[in-house]
Each structure stands twice: as C-alpha cells, then as structure tokens.
Design a protein around this ligand. Structure first.
Ligand code: KG4
Ligand code: ZN
Length: 342
C-alpha cells in the first residue's frame, strides 16, 4: 500500500512579499507571490506599510494558492510558516494566520527559518535540476543577507562567514540609488552592466578577516567617486552609466567570488549552491560557470522564482520537517532575529 499524499500549505511574510504555496511532498503545486509595489516610491521597504499590505494580501494569496493547486483546505496535512528572521510586523501577520488556520483545521504547525529555506529551496522537486550533494557550500545573497554556509545535511548547517554590515543586495540597491536609479536597483545595474566595461573604473575591495564580508565601504567610495566626477562633468553618470554599472557589479562579484574561493580552499568542498534574490544576477551566474570550467566546481542555481522570497521554499522545509515529525505548538512566537540552526 502506498503512503497517503502529504499536502503542505506554506506561508511566507518576512519582508515585503506575501506568498503562499501548496506542496505535495517535495513537488510544488502552486506558489503565489504578491509583491508590494508601495515601497518603490519610498526607495526601500517601509516596515509599517509592509505589515499592513501583508494583512490585506494574506487571505486572497492563500486562497489563490489553494485554488491553483486544486486542493481543498480540509485535505491539508500541515501548515508551514516563516518564523524569522525578518521584520517583526511582517512576520506577525504570517505567523498569526498560520497558527489560527492550523488550529481551525486541527492539523500540525511547522516553524521554518527563512535562511534555512533559501538553502533548502534546492531540494524542491524539479525534473530539470539535481540537488547539491552533501556536504556543500551555500552562498545566500539577498537584500537582507549575505552568508556562506557549510551544509552537511538538511538540518546540519554551519555559518562560515557573513556580512558585517550591508547585505549584498543592499550594496546593489544603494549603489543604484547613488546613480539615480529607482528601487530596487540591483536588476537595473545588472542590465546596464551587460553593455559596459567592468574595468572602466576601479573601486577598492575591503579587507575583511576570514570568510566575512563588508559592503558599506564600497557604497562610500562610490559616493565620493560620483561626487568628484559630477563636479567636473554634471552629465557624467548619464554618459557613463553602463561602465559605472559594470564596474560596480564587477567589484561586488569579485568580493563574493574571492570569499567563495577561499571557502572552497579551506573546506575542500567543491559543490557550491547559491540562492537569494541576487542569485538572479547574470554576472554571478557566468562567474559560477567559469568556476566550473576553471576549478572543477559543481555549481547549483535554483529556478528564478525560488531565489527571490517565496513560500515554495518554506514548503520544502515544511515537508522535510513533517517527515521528521518536527512540529511546533500554538505558543510559538515570531522571531525577528533567528539564527540558522537554532
Ligand atoms: O531575496 P530577495 O527577493 O529579497 C530579500 O530577502 O531581500 O532579494 C532582493 C534583492 C534586492 O536587493 C534586489 O536588488 C536584488 O535582490 N536583485 C538583484 C538582481 N535581481 C534582484 N541584484 C543584482 N542583480 C539582479 N539581477
Ligand atoms: Zn529572503
């Protein structure tokens, strides 16, 4: 007799995307994301507005995820939700909703760490991809985080290095803002960089001990560079936007690749998996392909929709925890700071 199918409803609300997904085992049946456009006009995420938008979005987003998956909520086996890390007001919406629904349906509740989910997104069933083999190195690069993690098992993770200040996505967005580009500027820098010269302008790389990162100095040096050049020529940015974007992106990617190469040397692990919104960057993707040819790495990039914040990645962790019987009770509270593996 085959075991009954496990249907997991997953909810993600840690930052500015409200998302719900339904998984059957490790397979995604639906993954609905409502991106909050309101923050664009403020040049960054406004926590109070994010929380309010989550409250408006959560019911229709969950409803849509169930409809798209063609599943009635009475057939759900469990509810997984992002407990943290993230913005408290945002996390509270998803956490409270998940708790109430699990209570109402009388099914188990599963708490998920958002950073663990970015890494375990590689284990979502996908006929076009194979998951990385343990042990592997995971580089998580997003608007909120930059981490290199040694992953020895689904739930055996050790942070080898992380950013001491800005996350890499913030470095992209803040540089873009200095160049007069709208938020979020990361994808625009990527676009302009494709037709620019990465060696046109040199920006200093920070010296940071071990496998940690720092990006705040880069932002300052770009600021002074642009101030100096626009004083000489007020149209400097408009006339050189491709070259500036390519040079900024080149510096950021050099910082990431230097540390990643060091991590591979120290650990001897050549399986390298990336995730998070910045994994969409075309430059990092080609640098990883180069590393495969040059140094024999095996690299992994999830499908784009599982790189940026989404509930499907929360659902895969939910499924893996369901298999272990790792449930949480109704006393669980959201955690804005939630260390990996805790
Ligand atoms: O993972 P994500 O969707 O949300 C967070 O958890 O932060 O990541 C968003 C970040 C933003 O900083 C955005 O500018 C950056 O990812 N990003 C990119 C690209 N696409 C998204 N940065 C550089 N190049 C891209 N193509
Ligand atoms: Zn994220």
């Amino acid at each position: 007799m085959t075991a009954p199918k496990k249907y997991i409803l997953a909810i993600e609300s840690s930052c500015d995307d409200t998302s719900a997904a339904v998984l059957c085992g490790a397979k995604v049946l639906s993954n609905v994301v409502a991106t909050q456009e309101i923050h664009r006009q403020y040049g960054g995420v406004v926590p109070e507005l994010a929380s309010r938008a989550h409250q408006q979005n959560i019911v229709p987003v969950v409803h849509q995820a169930l409809v798209k998956a063609n599943i009635d909520k009475k057939h759900l086996s469990a509810i997984a939700f992002t407990r943290g890390p993230g913005l408290m007001g945002s996390l509270l919406v998803g956490t409270s909703f998940a708790k109430s629904l699990a209570l109402g349906l009388d099914i188990p509740l599963i708490a998920v760490n958002h950073m663990e989910a970015h890494i375990l997104a590689h284990f979502i069933e996908d006929p076009e991809r194979t998951p990385p083999k343990f042990p592997f190195l995971a580089l998580t690069i997003s608007g909120g985080h930059t981490q290199i993690v040694k992953v020895s098992g689904h739930f055996s993770m050790e942070i080898l290095g992380e950013s001491l200040d800005d996350a890499v996505g913030e470095a992209f967005d803040k540089s873009a803002k200095l160049m007069g580009l709208p938020y979020p500027g990361g994808p625009l820098i990527d676009q302009y960089a494709q037709s620019g010269d990465p060696l046109a302008f040199a920006f200093p790389k920070p010296k940071v001990e071990g496998l940690n990162f720092s990006f705040s100095g880069l932002k300052t040096s770009i600021l002074y560079f642009l101030q100096r050049r626009t004083k000489e020529n007020p149209d400097f940015v408009q006339q050189n936007i491709q070259d500036i974007a390519a040079s900024v992106q080149y510096t950021i990617l050099e910082i990431l690749m230097d540390k990643l190469r060091e991590a591979v040397e120290i650990t001897g692990i050549k399986e390298v998996a990336i995730g998070g919104g910045v994994a969409a960057n075309s430059g990092i993707r080609s640098r990883l392909r180069e590393a495969e040819d040059r140094w024999g790495w095996k690299t992994y990039v999830p499908k784009f929709e599982y790189c940026t914040d989404n509930a499907a990645m929360i659902g895969i962790v939910g499924f893996l925890k369901f298999e272990k019987g790792e449930f949480t009770d109704q006393r669980v509270a959201a955690k804005a700071r939630y260390a990996l593996g805790s």
